[in-house]
Design a protein around this ligand. Structure first.
Ligand SMILES: *Cc1c(COP(=O)(O)O)cnc(C)c1O
Length: 370
């Protein structure tokens, strides 16, 4: 007789709920027969990568019979030069989700405790609970990280804390002073994981660059990605910046070929085209605020956001999500985050944002909060 497959899994995995990614366009078109669907559900760059990155990726396809450079010499040199860090401070991952999991596996044992915000990015609890450690979720304040409450939750027994700046799915962020205070209050035996997936989009002068805190805080790990402003989500490339000592530990566990050759080549070219990054960030800020203004005119409020997405309060969010799907517009309902009245929408191209607003204006009234 078959035994219960659940008992075959390690304890941490038994309680996991599968992550629900944004619905792929092809899946929607297959399921509902919708044509010309648009996806505003995974915070990708709607303009794609720099043409230089694309050309480098195509050229790299000519050499895929060879294993990639497991040490990623050229990419690390390019990153180190761009970010003013040492090459030995870099740990690469197959997307920053891979890096987050690597961090949990390197520094957390089963039964140990980590802390994050109530509405923090879903990859953190999955990585922590998957290895049988415990994740404590600290209540948010106005949907933002309550850094004082999070600091109060720390003790030497808490091995790790996750901060997302800005956070996804809320878009909220904290200042350099807030981070300074938090790090000063944090025990040196607690690893601080600072996720800056949207770093390049943020222009506010008070927004901190986590990298500049590394010298004074050897327990800090800053995580970034090529999936957002760089437009390379499909190639999977993220990285951690830390002290060389922490990077050495993570690199002992890292799969040697976790970053493929095409991603490495594309990323090097993408880093060289900083004019493109600046242009993408400027367009995003303009479109995001235009979208916010149009939403306000419809009576829909968005949380403050410095990323390439807005978190909207819409009433019956699952119903709105389904209704939008039938029009070919994919957004992200936030029920899995415990936000059943909110959806997250990625800032798209102007014509995509206009289509979203048009469909939303028709569908909004029946789902509005009663
Ligand atoms: C999108 C996102 C990432 C990026 O994940 P990748 O695995 O690099 O694609 C990481 N953290 C947050 C908070 C994000 O929103």
């Amino acid at each position: 007789m078959m035994c219960d497959p659940l008992i075959l899994a390690v304890p941490g995995v038994r309680g996991l709920v599968p992550y629900e990614p944004g619905k792929p366009i092809e899946e929607l078109e297959r399921e509902l027969g919708v044509k010309n669907a648009i996806k505003l559900a995974s915070n990708e760059n709607p303009y794609g990568p720099s043409p230089r990155a694309q050309a480098a990726a195509v050229a790299a396809l000519g050499h895929v019979s060879r294993y990639p450079d497991g040490g990623a010499f050229a990419l690390k040199r390019a990153l180190a030069g761009r970010l003013y860090v040492g090459e030995r401070q870099i740990t690469l991952g197959n997307g920053s989700n891979d890096v987050l999991e690597l961090i949990a596996r390197t520094f957390l044992s089963p039964g140990e405790v980590a802390v994050c915000d109530q509405f923090a990015f879903a990859a953190y609890p999955i990585s922590v609970r998957g290895i049988g450690a415990e994740m404590i979720m600290v209540p948010s304040r106005d949907y933002a990280h309550d850094l004082e409450a999070m600091a109060s939750a720390l003790s030497p027994a808490v091995r790790m804390v996750f901060l997302a700046n800005p956070n996804n799915p809320t878009g909220t962020w904290f200042s350099r002073d807030d981070l300074e205070r938090f790090l000063a209050a944090c025990p040196k035996s607690t690893i601080v994981v600072l996720d800056e997936a949207y770093f390049e989009y943020v222009s506010d002068a008070a927004y901190p660059d986590g990298r500049t805190f590394l010298d004074r805080h050897p327990n800090l790990i800053v995580v970034r990605t090529f999936s957002k402003v760089y437009g390379l989500a499909g190639l999977r490339l993220g990285f951690a910046l830390s002290s060389p000592a922490l990077a050495d530990l993570m690199n002992r566990l890292r799969q040697p070929f976790n970053v493929n050759a095409v991603a490495q080549a594309a990323a090097i070219a993408a880093l060289e085209d900083q004019a493109y990054v600046a242009e993408m960030a400027a367009i995003n800020a303009q479109e995001r605020e235009a979208l916010r203004t149009s939403l306000a005119a419809l009576g829909v409020t968005a949380l403050p956001s410095v990323g390439n997405f807005l978190c909207l309060k819409v009433g019956d969010a699952p119903r709105l999500y389904q209704a939008l799907l039938r029009t070919g517009v994919i957004v992200r309902p936030l029920g899995p985050y415990g936000m059943p009245h909110h959806v997250r929408v990625t800032v798209g191209r102007p014509e995509e944002n206009a289509r979203f607003l048009r469909e939303l204006s028709v569908l909004l009234d029946p789902v509005r909060e009663t």
